[in-house]
Design a protein around this ligand. Structure first.
Ligand code: SAJ
Length: 420
């Protein structure tokens, strides 16, 4: 199968880097998105998100004529869907973006096309997507009815890249490819071999879907363990970071790091897809989510206690000032999605008992939820103003702040960055 033109649906944190990498292999890539601003920005060779080195790859791909963005689907040899899969209601997966992506490409599908779902999806989503396409295009045959001889081939191949390292991991990570038939997998593997240097391993679509959910749930459970330890250690007056580094010297122990909670669009979301599919069996996975979701409230309580002790000391005649260092969901990125740091900051503002200032070197404008409620300052200005300094994200800019420069301010270091 020759893949000369590939349509990537969804030009976000996954779709845009994927489109750019495929285009850099001199394949014609059409990027389809519903966001007119994003489409216009990309067609100027610029980007609307932050990811290291991405802009130069996009700039070159657009300048060389291999990448163009559009609002309307065009025919292609393969379609790669990378749209968000949020949850709705009581943590039920919301497949509406996948459905609308499927409906947008259905009119241009041609016999021989390959459609790949890359979005992290609950088990059964690839089959559902195939059904939506089949309903729109009764003139074409699909795997459920035609098996290996289907006109349209369909597979799930979950993205697994780490924000901040996307361009490298897109190429070097192994890929799990789950076709709806063996031939679907074969074609999908050929497509990925255009740019993937890792192994492309074939399985069923359902296993591929569950594999991605399993990877992120494993990480969530491990972080929940670390977060639970951090709260226990605080009570027992033990340095949790020292404890974990010592425990990890054991050859079969590898505990992750505690923090203010778990954020981002993946680890804080995907485990719920397993819980929703099998609620009676998913005790541990649900508990881990709940432990991680409770952590920001625990941190809030710590901050309030520290602020109260400032008031009791009589060192502050005004409302105690809290400096929140970091708002993003992890270090050295600008992504605020599901960020526990942002959640803590919002809760602090809503309590109205404290004055809050923020330092976040990776953004230039406060998010709407904080507009008018806090001041965005440089790290040194925020610290200078503060009675309580709360380190929420271990950005590289905060690593150089010396503990002594913080004087006798109250310090809450949720990331263990300034351990003595
Ligand atoms: N975190 C901790 N302690 C740790 C590690 C992470 O508190 O030891 C927190 C982070 O601060 C952050 C959250 O967890 O708030 C998630 O960060 P992350 O770096 O673990 O993961 P993501 O969400 O950026 O990317 C994950 C990755 N999945 C795994 O490592 C199993 C990535 O490979 C996936 O492609 C991505 O989810 C995704 O798109 O699903």
């Amino acid at each position: 199968m020759e893949f000369n033109t590939i349509c990537v649906v969804g030009l976000g944190y996954i779709g845009l880097p994927t489109a750019a990498i495929i285009a850099s292999r001199k394949k014609h890539v059409i990027g389809l998105d519903v966001n007119a601003d994003a489409v216009a920005t990309i067609n100027q060779g610029k980007i609307h998100i932050y990811e290291p080195d991405l802009e130069s790859v996009v700039r070159m791909a657009v300048a060389d004529g291999y990448l163009k963005a559009t609002l309307v689907a065009e025919p292609a040899d393969a379609f790669l869907i990378a749209v968000p899969t949020p949850f709705k209601g009581d943590h039920e997966p919301d497949l509406r973006y996948i459905e609308s992506a499927a409906l947008s490409i259905a009119p241009v599908l041609q016999s021989g096309n390959l459609v790949i779902l890359e979005s992290t999806s609950p088990v059964g989503a690839t089959e559902a997507m195939a059904e939506w396409l089949a309903k729109e295009r009764p003139d074409l045959s699909f795997p459920a009815a035609a098996g290996d001889d289907s006109d349209i081939r369909i597979a799930h191949c979950p993205e697994r890249v780490l924000p901040g390292h996307v361009l490298r991991e897109l190429v070097t990570n192994d890929r799990v490819i789950g076709g709806l038939t063996a031939r679907c997998s074969e074609y999908a593997r050929e497509l990925y071999q255009i740019f993937v240097e890792g192994n492309c391993i074939v399985t069923s679509a359902r296993t591929a879907e569950m594999c991605k959910l399993t990877e992120n749930s494993f990480r969530d459970v491990n972080i929940a363990f670390a977060n639970e330890l951090s709260m226990i250690c605080s009570k027992l007056d033990i340095d949790v970071w020292e404890l974990i580094s010592l425990a990890n010297l054991h050859p079969r122990v590898n505990i992750l790091q505690p923090g203010p909670g778990v954020g981002g669009h993946c680890i804080a979301v995907d485990p719920w897809f397993i819980v929703a599919a099998s609620p009676n069996e998913s005790h541990l996975i649900r508990q881990a989510r709940e432990v991680n979701d409770r952590k920001p409230h625990w941190v809030l309580n710590e901050i309030q206690n520290a602020a109260n002790s400032v008031k009791l000391d009589g060192t502050a005649a005004h409302k105690p000032v809290v400096a929140c260092l970091g708002l993003t969901f992890k270090p050295d990125i600008d992504d605020l999605r599901e960020s526990p740091a942002l959640e803590i900051c919002k809760m602090l503002c809503d309590s109205n008992l404290l004055e809050v200032v923020v330092a976040e070197p990776n953004i230039t404008q406060l998010p709407d939820q904080l507009l008018g409620k806090v001041e965005l300052l440089s790290p040194s200005d925020a610290i200078e103003r503060a009675d309580v300094v709360v380190l929420l994200v271990d950005h590289r800019q905060f690593k150089d702040i010396s503990r002594t420069s913080l004087g006798d301010k109250k310090i809450i270091d949720t990331r263990g960055l300034w351990r003595r």
